[in-house]
Write a protein that binds this ligand. Structure first.
Ligand SMILES: *Cc1c(COP(=O)(O)O)cnc(C)c1O
Length: 462
């Protein structure tokens, strides 16, 4: 299995190299040259298997010879052993034909644990074999950072540096990043918003001298291995509700477009997904782009669903690549326009392709809060604000096909917004009850590439 860049000018890589590098050297994102299809019988055969076995069967064709079969099974088993639910991704019913896929039973209470716990295992296995040492640098709006730190803390051949926007993550999110005491974990609070952090990370990857000197590796949702790990729960949920014999639909609370893009891959592999709905908060660039064809940034407005406070939605580039007939040059030009002028116009043909693949909707702050209180009253299920954005948007897309909304985080990760909506403060699971007593460790830095690079050079182990 070979991987190619969305900008068409980076080396073609195998799975292991794609995973270890993250961003392609031409600034693009890696995608499989061909998406391997699953037959109807193979999809039907997933029903009734453990989540781990489903993960093995869905991901195996993508990894080539990077890991042996038994080794890969073992790494998957370790990745999900720490989850707080035996089903890993359980489904609850909210209303007639509307289901909630709970993806928050991992160690940091957000769906990002599904991918991050697995790539922690895959990195460790690959690096132990080669003896190489890498520096992981990631930008976070809150949940990626804690998931990455939890997955890589204490590992031998890895240092982790996480950039988060100072003052713009929840207290629980911040403490999950600043309280692990491991020497290889470094939390950096940056003066700016998420897009500032993401731009700093991209600039570090494009500084090849720096990139090579510290062996930079990226685990943001641009990393293909993360997208791949997320493909699995679309299958697990789909087959529980009747696929491949009947279609299902999904609504996905969306920021960087990684999670919903995994659904798009599941559909390409053969899972019959009727609607794939992008749900945004008031930072609705994706909803506006799909509605009007204009992808135009206009500044991030803080919201009660901060993990979706994003204007430059990185993985959308992967969808654009397909929408433009896999012409890397066309994608590179759009991304140039975005960087120079803050936006671009999607061509008519590409827009039709995207509208065929994705529906979309947005939830205002008031709608999000009202959804949390209404669903709690009607069903007893307490939604986090991101999941509530999804449920609100999904309700406009219900049909005879089962709708599955992804619940992306545990409500206790965002207790203030939930308390305002329901009157009750959601409690952290017992295993995290002492989070607010642990000591914090963090370095505050300006939005300055050289300053961040200096800290990384200085702190990383040799
Ligand atoms: C990261 C995150 C999202 C957005 O996911 P993307 O893959 O960036 O679209 C939504 N909800 C929560 C809770 C998250 O942590």
């Amino acid at each position: 299995m070979q991987y190619i860049s969305t900008r068409g000018a980076a080396p073609v890589l195998d799975f292991e190299a794609t995973m270890l590098t993250g961003l392609a050297r031409d600034g693009g994102l890696y995608l499989p040259e061909h998406v391997p299809p699953m037959t109807q019988a193979e999809i039907a055969g997933l029903a009734g298997q453990s989540y781990e076995e489903q993960a093995y069967l869905v991901m195996r064709p993508f990894i080539g010879t990077a890991f042996g079969d038994d080794e890969f099974r073992g790494l998957i088993a370790k990745a999900y052993a720490g989850f707080g639910h035996p089903a890993r991704a359980p489904i609850k019913q909210l209303a007639p034909n509307h289901f909630l896929l709970e993806l928050f039973h991992g160690p940091t209470l957000a769906f990002k644990d599904f991918a991050m716990q697995l790539i922690g295992q895959l990195f460790q296995a690959a690096l132990a074999r080669s003896g190489a040492r890498v520096t992981i640098v990631g930008a976070t709006s809150g949940d990626t950072g804690s998931a990455a730190i939890e997955a890589f803390r204490g590992l031998d051949n890895v240092d982790v540096f996480i950039l988060y926007p100072h003052g713009r993550v929840s207290d629980v999110q911040r403490r999950q990043m600043t309280t692990p005491g491991d020497a290889n974990v470094h939390s950096l609070a940056i003066d700016g918003d998420f897009d500032t952090c993401q731009a700093l990370v991209k600039d570090m990857f494009n500084d090849f001298a720096f990139r090579d000197s510290v062996q930079l590796a990226g685990v943001n949702s641009i990393n293909w291995a993360r997208v791949l790990a997320q493909v699995v729960y679309y299958f697990s949920a789909g087959v529980s509700l009747g696929a491949p014999h009947r279609p299902v639909s999904f609504t996905v609370p969306t920021g960087n477009f990684g999670d919903i893009f995994a659904g798009y891959i599941a559909r390409q592999m053969g899972l019959p997904i009727e609607k794939l709905v992008v749900a945004t908060n008031h930072n609705d660039i994706l909803h506006r782009a799909l509605s009007s064809g204009g992808y135009v940034t206009d500044g991030v407005k803080p919201s009660i669903s901060p993990s979706m406070d994003i204007q430059v939605s990185s993985n959308f580039e992967r969808a654009l690549f397909d929408a433009y007939g896999r012409e890397g040059g066309a994608v590179a030009q759009l991304m140039d326009e975005l960087k120079q002028g803050g936006g671009f116009q999607i061509s008519q043909g590409a827009l039709e392709f995207l509208r065929d693949a994705f529906a979309s909707g947005r939830a205002s702050e008031e709608e999000t809060s009202a959804t949390i209180s209404r669903i709690a009253e009607a069903t007893g299920e307490v939604l986090c604000p991101h999941s509530a954005v999804g449920v609100h948007v999904a309700e406009a897309h219900l049909s005879a096909t089962p709708m599955i909304t992804l619940a992306t985080a545990h409500p206790a990760k965002f207790p203030d917004a939930v308390e305002v909506a329901t009157g009750t403060r959601p409690e952290l699971p017992a295993r995290m009850a002492d989070l607010f007593e642990r000591e914090e460790r963090v370095t505050r830095l300006p939005n300055d590439l050289a300053a961040v690079q200096d800290v990384i050079r200085e702190r990383r182990g040799a």
